[in-house]
Every structure is written in structure tokens, then in C-alpha cells.
Design a binder for this molecule. Sequence first.
Ligand code: F6R
Length: 364
Amino acid sequence: TLGGYSDFMSKEIAEQPEAIERLLKGRLGEHGIEMDELDMTDEDLARIDRIYIVACGTSYHVGLIAKTMIEHWAKVFVSVEYASEFNYSDVLVTDHTLCVIVTQSGETADTLSAARRLKGMGCKVFAITNVLGSSAARESDGTLYIQAGPEVAVASTKAYTAQMVAGALLALRLALACGQMTRAEVEKVFRELEKVPDAIREVFRRSWQDKQAVPLFRDAQSALYLGRGTSSTTAYEGALKMKEIAYVHAEAYPAGEMKHGPIALIQPGFPVLAVVPADHVHDKTVSNIMESKARGARIVAVATDGDEQVANLADHVLWVPQMDEYVVPIVAVVHLQMLARYVALAKGLDVDKPRNLAKSVTVE
Ligand code: F6R
């Protein structure tokens, strides 16, 4: 039931802090990250030399963030695959390849086929899912339930952020097992993850910033979403939300790719949304904002509190608290969920049931 909310999407957006708190609870143990669900020993984990993460849609974007985290913290090579492509392409497994499937519903046909294929090749399959007893859970060797509660709105919100936290826990567990991080280093990152729920609550208090940006998108035919590093994924996910519920053609690009083609789209008034938190690639993205602005783009930026440079360049800023750059995507995306919802509402659309879409895609 809606319990006072006007739509399921707003309810599920609001449930994100509690979902993440539930998922983190009891995960930091004496020896590191508690994840019995993996059903693998440290020795098994230390042998993993390649990981395939397979998923669709929003869950695929979780895979992109998980890759960044696993490669940065655990130093294990990760390939992220669209399940629908993976099933018809060559797969290069080693004796110690791990397969991770990410699927909120646990019933996405392409994702399940990919898992079966990898299992058939001798890989261990680990599932990150929301639905208890789903096919993904039944068919995998281990399952991490994100426990986000039922997600009813077609556009995934709370499953996205909770699945990213699950990805972070897996990355930290691996990093310890592989000897790439100490217990103290893992604890430091874990404490950053624990700041996420309150940071998201703070973003909720700033929803007026998203409302103010609505006019830039409401009548737009098209928009560009840009980001680098961990923020490129936030741009992909934000653009997907804008497309699927507000029907604005939003295209996401790694910011540095803009001058290899998409910059030709920019004309005076064209909306460009740049995800540019304080991180090691911040200044590079700022120069892409300048290039867009010089061609007349209207700029909406997601930036870190206190960033005056971005404040001076952008037409609107969606502010996020200061966070670790590997953790900030879990917070920054919340602005983009709210922005897409407000644009859809301004257009009189049903945010819970966008046209042509089903909650779970059970055909290939
Ligand atoms: C987008 C969305 C879809 C799903 C995709 C995979 O908001 O909800 O892109 O993420 O259909 O679904 P699951 O995670 O259930 O496998």
C-alpha cells in the first residue's frame, strides 16, 4: 500500500535510507565483512582471477559501479555484461572465474540464461537480488538478499542503491580475502558506507533543488548526461530514469567522449546535466561543462557542497554532501531519481507505470 505517499516511486525513493541501514547492519565483524551468503572460503575467494557481472537495465548499472569498486579495492579483473548480449557472444572463463548476477526481481530471463550458461561452464554463480526465493536465488550457489522490500514502481530506485551497497560489501569482502586491504582499511570504507543513509536524507531535504531544474527538461526533446569515473554510471542511471518515466530522450556519455561526437548536439538552450562531485577527475569534468556552456548549453550540475567553481558555471546545482568518491554515486543518484519524477509529474505522467514497460522481463 501507499501509506500516505502519492505514488510507489516516491515511497520507494523515501525507503532508501532504511533499506541501506538494514543491509549494512551486522556486516562489519571482528575479521572483516560478514557475508556467509557467499558460501566461499577466503582461500576460494583469493583464487578468483576474473569476475563476470551480468545484468540488465538499472541492475547493469549496479554492475558498472561494482566493477569500479572491485577493481579498485580487491584488484580483481571484472567484466560487466548486458545479459542479452552475453548470451550470444563468446565467453572466456578461467578455472577460477566467478559469476555475479544482479537482478532485483530475480526473474529476468536473459540474466537467468546467462547464469545457467556460466554455471554450465563450471563457474560459481553468486546472485544479488531483492526477491526471496526467486529463480535467481534458487539457481545460484550463493545469494545476497538486499532486503529492500517489494519494489512496485516499474522504475527501479531503492533496489539500485541497495544493490550498489551489496556490490560494495562484496568488493570489500574480496579485498580482504585477496590481501589487498587490511581490516582497518575496510573499516574505514565501511564507515563511509554507514554515512550514506543520512546523506540521502539530506538530499531529500534538498528536493526543492530538483524541482527548480524541472523547466529545463519538461519541454526538452533531448538532453545530455555527463560524468566521469564513478560518476559516469550515475549519469547512465539518471538518464535511464529520465527516459523511462519522463519520456525525455536523455543520453548519457562519459564526459570525455563528448568531443568525439555528441558535442555537435549542443545548441543554445540544450540541457546538459553534469555529475561532477569532488573527486580525482572533477577538474576534467569542469572543463567539459565549460565547453558545453560556451556553446550555449543550460547546465544542471550535481556537485559537492561548497564547490563555488561549479556554482558559478551552472544554471542549477543539485548539491550533495562531501563523501568518498566510491560511495558518492549511491547518494548522487537520488537527486536524479527525484528530478526524473518531478519532470514526469510536471508532464502529467503516471510515474509508477510508464508506457511499454513491465516490472520484470521474463522473456528473452
Ligand atoms: C529500470 C528498470 C529496469 C530493470 C531491468 C532488470 O528502472 O527497472 O531496467 O532494472 O529490467 O530488472 P531486474 O533487476 O529485475 O533483473
